[in-house]
Design a protein around this ligand. Structure first.
Ligand SMILES: [Zn+2]
Length: 372
């Protein structure tokens, strides 16, 4: 089997990096459609000032990477004769920008203002229904031409985004390892390389080493070396690791969880963290590794129980619906080097939840004994 590894064309990261956006965009064309998340419209406006080299057509992102929004923005870029597409904001705006650029065969620059997913670097867009349920993966012929991350914006965002990104990045090593063992294909349909598996491992090691310190930095609104390391892990290492290493059960279980409306208020990485914990149970990982993952999740504030993602009263029928969706034909859970079935996934979800609930109970303040 042939191995394939894919990369974005250029990765730019640092405090104030957005100041070089127009310079990066101008390398591809003089007119750009900028798809901007409403939440960051004000702060990124200075970076979208028209220069002699490039002018920007600014469009507010509708909020969901769905077919209707992609079609709306394609029409807009066509009408304005844009030569480059720029996506500025969270993971969904990045995916939308990639899908729009693909439809028009234009270069794309992705400027994530959050480190909440590993979407920015990939040649992949996750398309959802208008209601927010997983619809399909849109595989693109190439990775973004530029990924530009301004860590000052990430430090200024609510910390839950960074933590959620760590949840997404947490799955990367385990899913890549599953694919390596099973010789399952990565996102290109080919075998992963030792480069990809090595970067996936670096992603995991970086999370364990710097995750809590990076969280503290964002809580203080400051950029530190630890934050730079975690932003790189969440965005670049996790992106390269999942795409060229491959996905297995954590993301499939995440996709399964999206069928329950109760989880829609939770973010991608938070559900991926739950998917990762279930994957560890499903694949019989060593207890020491499982403990390390739960310790990490507790240290940075990722969910460790179903109750923490809105499923405190989940029924067996609902869990079976999640597991059945996770095990659908073509889902990446079939890259797991173990036999999988919806029943086994339900068992793993329950086991992982029990471990998390046990930990919460042990950490809860002791209740005073009732008077005899
Ligand atoms: Zn992900």
């Amino acid at each position: 089997m042939i191995m394939t590894t894919i990369f974005p064309g250029r990765y730019v990261q640092g405090g104030g990096a957005l100041k070089s956006l127009s310079e990066e965009v101008a390398r591809f064309g003089a007119k750009a459609l900028a798809i901007v998340d409403a939440a960051v419209m004000t702060v990124v406006t200075p970076a979208l000032r028209n220069t002699a080299q490039v002018s920007f057509v600014v469009e507010r992102f509708g909020g969901e990477c769905c077919d209707a929004e992609i079609e709306r923005l394609v029409a807009c870029a066509r009408a304005e004769a844009c030569l480059v597409v720029v996506g500025i904001g969270g993971g969904k705006s990045a995916d939308t920008a990639k899908a729009v650029a693909h439809a028009l065969d234009l270069p794309v620059v992705v400027a994530p203002t959050l480190a909440s997913t590993d979407a920015p670097c990939s040649a992949l867009a996750v398309v959802y229904t208008v209601e927010g349920a997983f619809d399909r993966y849109l595989m693109l012929p190439r990775n973004p031409d530029v990924v530009l991350v301004d860590t000052a914006l990430i430090a200024a965002a609510p910390v839950r985004f960074l933590v959620s990104g760590m949840g997404d990045a947490l799955s990367t090593w385990f899913e890549a390892e599953d694919c390596r063992i099973k010789q399952a294909p990565n996102m290109t349909g080919r075998l992963g390389s030792m480069t990809a598996y090595g970067l996936a491992r670096l992603c995991y090691d970086t999370l364990l080493a710097y995750g809590p310190a990076a969280k503290q930095a964002v809580e203080q609104g400051v950029v530190t070396p630890a934050l730079e390391h975690i932003v790189e892990a969440n965005t670049l290492l996790s992106g390269l690791g999942f795409e060229s290493g491959g996905l297995s059960g954590a993301h499939a279980i995440h996709n399964g969880l999206t069928v329950l409306a109760e989880t829609h208020h939770c973010w991608h990485g938070e559900k991926v963290a739950i998917g990762t914990q279930a994957l560890l149970a499903l694949t019989d990982r060593p207890p020491a590794v499982i403990a390390e993952v739960y310790d990490f999740c507790e240290a940075v504030g990722l969910p460790i129980t179903l109750g923490q993602i809105g499923l405190g009263h989940v029924t067996d029928a609902q869990l079976l619906a999640v597991a059945t969706a996770a095990c659908a034909a073509g889902e990446t859970i079939h890259n797991v080097p173990f036999e999988v079935s919806p029943e086994r996934v339900v068992a793993a979800l329950k086991a992982a939840d029990a471990e998390g609930r046990g930990r919460l109970a042990r950490h809860a303040p002791a209740r005073p004994l009732a008077a005899e």
